[in-house]
Design a protein around this ligand. Sequence first.
Ligand code: ADP
Length: 245
Amino acid sequence: MENVLEIQDLTVAFDGFKAVDNVNTSVEKGEIHFFIGPNGAGKTTLLDAICGRVKPKSGNILFAGGVDVTHYSENQIVNIGIGRKFQVPSVFTGLTVYDNMELAAVKDRSLSSSLFHNVTSEQEELIGHVLNTIGLYEKKDRDAGSLAHGEKQWLEIGMLMAQQPKLMLLDEPVAGMGRVETQKTGELLKTIAKNCTIIVVEHDMEFVRDYASKVTVLHEGMVLDEGSMSEVQHNQKVIEVYLGR
Ligand code: ADP
């Protein structure tokens, strides 16, 4: 299988403290790949390093067949096709669901105000398709601020989809959701994974069990285990530091 992402000997340090400590892992095309582990394990810092928010002390991040993106800026990372969604939904309230999608679909943000309401027919088609996929087509004229928590998360995932990334990074996308919404999100991820690889940081182990292709368990900045969920959940060390708690 083709690797979309390869992380080699990656270390990220804050004032000498190694939040990510010599991590090696790879993410295959089409995977829904989860990073799990206790609080402070380094999951968010690893996402931050991939998306250019923090600079690694050493190691490499290779994307899409070997492009070295280790020292790319956040903008360069977005432009090469890596999209990031943060834990707290950050849709633009006061704008409609559709307008939020338009803003996301127009890639050059510096031009976005002048291009507003002037999307191409292809972009319009893409927005319609994404709105259907995330189940918000019927609510496209609603103020994004009026959506329920789960719907805001889906809108934000839709905004990432509108940018057509090759890799999506999601930080706890089902936090605060009930079982039904969680399951809907899982099915949405499965649909997205047909065209785009996904990395998810997650604490909801039922969700991970149901939707993971592969799981990387982090502990104290290091990879403790890696494999399918059924493999890692029987690892005694993983049970001790995380799953057995
Ligand atoms: P996780 O996402 O697994 O909970 P984090 O990546 O947020 O873990 O944090 C890993 C470790 O790095 C923690 O001990 C945290 O306190 C520390 N850390 C994270 N960001 C910073 C920062 N900007 N400055 C100093 N320490 C940080």
